[in-house]
Design a protein around this ligand. Structure first.
Ligand SMILES: NC(=O)c1ccc[n+]([C@@H]2O[C@H](COP(=O)([O-])OP(=O)(O)OC[C@H]3O[C@@H](n4cnc5c(N)ncnc54)[C@H](O)[C@@H]3O)[C@@H](O)[C@H]2O)c1
Length: 265
C-alpha cells in the first residue's frame, strides 16, 4: 500500500490542543509534516506539541483576532521554515433551541466558526501566494465544517448555520485563489459526530433541553441516521485531513468531503 508522505511540508492546526485538532496534528506529524499547534489553551497546546517532538511547536492563537493570526503565521514560518498547510479546525458549539436563542452565544459561534476560518484563509493566502513570506509556492487550506452543515438536527441551529457558512467560504476561497493565481487549494470536511468532549456535550445538551429522553437516545438517533452504523472517530477525520493535505488530493479543490459514515446528504 502506498503511504501518504508529507515529508518537507509545514502545517499549522488551529484548535490543536485537544480533540480532533490534536488527532489531526498527530496524524500530520505521523505522515512526516512539521506541525505548529495554534490554540487559546497555552498549557495544553504546548504539551501536545511537546509530545509530537522537537521539530514541532506551539503558538498562542485566538482565531477571532486578526493580529493574533498574523503573529501565529509568522511564528509558524519561522519555526518550520515555511507554511504549506493550514487546518482551520478550532470551533465552538453551544446548543440551544431557537426560542431560547442567546445573542451572545450566537455571536461567539459566528466569531469562532466563521470569522476564525475566514481570517485563517486571509493570512494563509497572504503568505502562501506568489511573493508571500512562506515562499510563494502555494499550499493547501482545510476547513473543518460539520455534518451539521448538511442535515437538520434540532438544537444546533446557529452551529449548523456557521458550518454551512464554512462550506460557502471554502468554495469562494478556492475560486479567489484560482482566479488570482495563488496556487492554494481550499477544501472542507464535514465530520460526523465524534464521541469526544464536544460530541458528549452536544448529546447531553440536546437531552437537557428536552429534545431526546437521554444523551444515549440522542447518540442512538445519530447512529440510526448513519448508514455505516457508528459514530465517527478522531482517526477517521484526521486521515481525511492528511489526504487533503497531500499531493494525492492535488486536483481536489473547492469541495466539501463528508466523513460521516453517510449520515449527511
Ligand atoms: N466533536 C464532534 O463531534 C464534531 C463533529 C463535527 C465537526 N466538529 C468540528 O471539529 C472541530 C474540532 O472539534 P472538537 O470536537 O475537537 O472540539 P473541542 O472543543 O474538543 O476542541 C476545540 C479546540 O478549539 C480551541 N478553540 C476554541 N476557540 C478558539 C479560539 N478562539 N482560538 C483558537 N482556538 C480556539 C479550543 O481551545 C479547543 O482546543 C470544530 O470545528 C468542530 O465544530 C466536531
Amino acid at each position: 500500500m502506498t503511504q501518504i508522505d508529507l515529508n518537507g511540508r509545514a502545517a499549522l492546526v488551529t484548535g490543536g490542543a485537544q480533540g480532533l485538532g490534536e488527532g489531526m496534528a498527530q496524524a500530520l506529524a505521523g505522515a512526516g509534516a512539521k506541525v505548529v499547534i495554534a490554540d487559546i489553551q497555552d498549557e495544553r497546546g504546548a504539551k501536545v506539541a511537546e509530545t509530537l517532538g522537537q521539530a514541532h511547536g506551539f503558538v498562542h492563537l485566538d482565531v477571532t483576532n486578526d493580529e493574533s493570526w498574523a503573529a501565529a503565521v509568522a511564528f509558524a514560518i519561522e519555526q518550520l521554515g515555511g507554511l504549506d498547510v493550514v487546518v482551520n479546525n478550532a470551533g465552538a458549539e453551544i446548543t440551544s433551541l431557537l426560542v431560547d436563542l442567546d445573542p451572545e452565544q450566537a455571536r461567539k459561534m459566528l466569531d469562532v466558526n466563521v470569522l476564525g476560518p475566514a481570517l485563517g484563509i486571509k493570512h494563509a493566502f497572504r503568505v502562501m501566494r506568489p511573493g508571500g513570506a512562506a515562499g510563494g509556492g502555494g499550499g493547501t487550506i482545510i476547513n473543518i465544517a460539520s455534518v451539521a452543515a448538511t442535515i437538520a438536527f434540532p438544537g444546533i441551529s446557529i452551529y449548523s448555520a456557521t458550518k454551512s457558512a464554512v462550506d460557502r467560504l471554502t468554495r469562494v476561497a478556492a475560486m479567489e485563489s484560482g482566479k488570482l493565481g495563488y496556487g492554494v487549494r481550499v477544501n472542507c470536511i464535514y465530520p460526523g459526530l465524534v464521541p469526544n468532549q464536544m460530541g458528549a456535550n452536544l448529546a447531553n445538551d440536546v437531552a437537557r433541553i428536552g429534545l431526546f429522553g437521554s444523551p444515549e437516545e440522542a447518540v442512538g438517533a445519530v447512529v440510526g441516521l448513519t448508514p455505516s452504523g457508528r459514530l465517527a472517530s478522531t482517526e477517521d477525520i484526521a486521515a481525511a485531513v492528511v489526504f487533503l493535505a497531500s499531493d494525492k488530493a492535488g486536483f481536489i479543490n473547492g469541495v466539501g468531503l463528508p466523513v460521516d459514515g453517510g449520515m449527511g446528504m
